[in-house]
Design a protein around this ligand. Structure first.
Ligand SMILES: Nc1ncnc2c1ncn2[C@@H]1O[C@H](COP(=O)(O)OP(=O)(O)OP(=O)(O)O)[C@@H](O)[C@H]1O
Ligand SMILES: [Mg+2]
Length: 569
């Protein structure tokens, strides 16, 4: 663990050493000051020339100040560099995780790991390390001097210090545990707050403000309690060190006194030894402080590592070329569940979609329709059977190329923050202005763009809240179209459109289906009656495949679905 922590330092070690050295030189210059002042006074007394000593004093003051400031600036800078490195690494992993793993994580908690836990690394990795190293030098120096004074007394001192040191090292893991819990509580607070903010309107409409506030406050309280625990253990460790030195002092006094009485030790040696004993106090205190910081850093790293140890998807090559011809899709006996402890969602799903044309997936809620899309995008891996796209097993496609071939409109059509243009070009950064314009016209967004004060540059708000539901959906469709997909996946693409726009979009989809393969999931059968084929799913299987005409005749479930939607009398 400590090794991994030090790995963060490695790229910055030169700067750290330099910063530490400058700090030392600064202190040395500070130490020289009284001596130089003495020369000035001496020169004054002897009526000699004060110019030289004064000059030296001035130089020492200036150099000391500049060197100290540079040293501490370098340290802080390195600290920021370490935090930056940790954040970059963590975010890089965070956005490459597998969807299945992210499903289990809480966004608010993840956020606190990127913002809070990485910050904790700073103190331990800069000041903590440097001060501990210089403290260790001081400690060794003092001990060497004490050894020169008297070996027996040193033995007595070390015995006491080792005993107390053992006690302190027992306390350290407790500090780490309490700090971990404190950070967890902060993460939990983030998660609860994130939940409330994501569903802000629902919270208000449900009158749940008080409850949500209480829950956030509770998590904050837990963080406080754990923080207090850290403080308690820390001060216990501090007290133990203080006691250690006092006890060592008494022991040395007793043993040394006896040895002075018996004539084996000189009084002057005893006094010198006792003075050195007090020289030990600051470095020991710094070491304990460094130990505490180390525990906090380790606690933070544990939480960072939890994310970094999750498997990542293979890196997506930028600009993977995937061809342009439409691709077909086959599902053959596909078995899938979201987790080992989850119910089976697909229990042998089989259907075939030839390249080009419009295919619809219909069926009751929970039948596993959206799951089909999740598997095609390889957000999840199926456990049994075979899925092919363009005649190639989905597992053999390089992930980047596969996704580049697909256009995907999610069921709840999310729009990201930013401008309308950014949202439209999100999946196709290299689309031309012309293509953009065409996609806007196709999805009937042109009226909206004209109406908006800043047109395409208008900000859409967090998750597109400044747009209507239908507008959000059309933005999502335009975005998917701009990707020029070989297979377009539309999940409930028309559910929020009014009758006029729905009709238009039906035309657009039919038009697109002439160029590429379109797979659309729809609850409103009216939108798919003109599909080339309709796959009826029910309870994790495919029940029937056919056209609207044939299914109304052959399939009870489809006839029932159609009847409730007034498509047949
Ligand atoms: N990320 C997930 N983790 C665990 N289970 C899930 C997940 N997503 C869906 N499920 C479960 O899988 C089953 C099928 O869900 P799916 O979203 O495919 O249904 P659907 O046919 O699209 O339904 P709807 O018409 O309501 O959108 C449901 O029982 C659901 O609870
Ligand atoms: Mg669905």
């Amino acid at each position: 663990m400590v090794k991994e922590l030090l790995a963060y330092i490695r790229p910055h070690r030169k700067m750290l050493v330099l910063g530490g050295l400058l700090g030392l030189i600064g202190s040395a210059a500070g130490l020289a000051m009284p001596l130089l002042a003495k020369y000035v006074v001496d020169a004054f007394g002897q009526n000699g020339s004060m110019a030289t000593p004064l000059l030296w004093l001035t130089v020492a003051v200036l150099v000391g100040a500049v060197v100290s400031a540079t040293g501490s600036y370098l340290m802080e800078r390195t600290g920021e560099g370490i935090v930056l490195g940790a954040r970059r690494k963590l975010v890089d992993r965070l956005l490459r995780l597998r969807v299945a793993d992210v499903d289990r994580l809480k966004p608010g908690d993840l956020l606190s790991r990127v913002t809070g836990d990485t910050t904790l690394l700073r103190a331990v990795l800069t000041n903590g390390v440097v001060e501990s190293v210089s403290a260790a030098f001081m400690l060794v120096g003092a001990i060497v001097m004490m050894a020169i004074m008297d070996g027996v007394l040193l033995l007595v001192t070390l015995l006491v210090l080792v005993l107390i040191g053992g006690l302190v090292s027992l306390i350290m893991p407790k500090i780490q545990r309490a700090q971990t819990h404190a950070q967890e509580a902060v993460g939990e607070m983030g998660a609860v707050l994130d939940r409330a903010l994501q569903a802000y309107r629902t919270v208000k409409a449900s009158g749940a403000e008080e409850r949500e506030i209480a829950e956030v406050a509770e998590a904050a309280g837990r963080a406080r309690d754990r923080g207090v625990q850290v403080a308690a253990w820390t001060s216990l460790a501090g007290t133990a060190t203080f006691m250690a030195v006092q006890i060592a002092f008494l022991c040395v006094l007793a043993v040394g006194g006896a040895r002075v009485a018996s004539g084996t030790l000189e009084v002057s040696s005893l006094i010198a030894f006792l003075l050195y004993l007090f020289y030990l106090v600051p470095p020991i205190g710094q070491l304990v402080q460094g130990g505490v910081q180390l525990q906090q850093g380790l606690a933070a790293m544990k939480r960072i590592n939890e994310i970094e140890s999750l498997p990542a998807e293979p890196a997506t090559p930028v600009g993977a070329v995937a061809g342009v011809e439409p691709v077909g899709v086959t599902f053959e006996d596909v078995v899938f569940r979201y987790g080992d402890d989850r119910p089976i969602v697909h229990a042998g799903v089989s259907f075939e979609v030839p390249p080009g044309g419009l295919t619809a997936l219909v069926g009751p809620s929970g039948a596993g329709k959206s799951t089909v899309f999740g598997l095609l995008e390889r957000f999840y891996d199926h456990q049994g059977g075979t899925i092919t796209i363009g005649g190639r097993d989905i597992r053999d496609w390089p992930l980047g190329e596969l996704r580049a071939a697909l256009g995907y409109v999610e069921q709840d059509a999310p729009v990201l923050a930013g401008t309308l243009r950014e949202n439209l070009l999100f999946a196709a950064q290299d689309a031309t202005e012309d293509e953009l314009r065409r996609a806007i016209v196709r999805t009937r967004l042109d009226d909206l763009v004209e109406r908006l004060p800043e047109g395409l540059e208008t900000a859409v708000g967090h998750r597109g809240v400044l747009l209507s539901g239908g507008e959000r959906q059309r933005v999502a469709i335009a975005r998917a179209l701009l990707r020029r997909p070989r297979l377009l996946l539309l999940d409930e693409a028309t559910s929020q459109l009014d009758a006029v726009n729905e009709l238009r979009l039906r035309e657009v989809i039919a038009e697109v289906a002439e160029e590429t393969t379109v797979l659309v999931i729809a609850h409103r059968l009216s939108t798919v009656t003109n599909a080339d084929r309709i796959v009826v799913m029910e309870a994790g299987g495919v029940r029937a495949v056919g056209t609207h005409g044939s299914l109304v005749g052959d399939d009870d479930l489809y006839r029932e679905l159609a009847a409730t939607q007034f498509l047949v009398s």
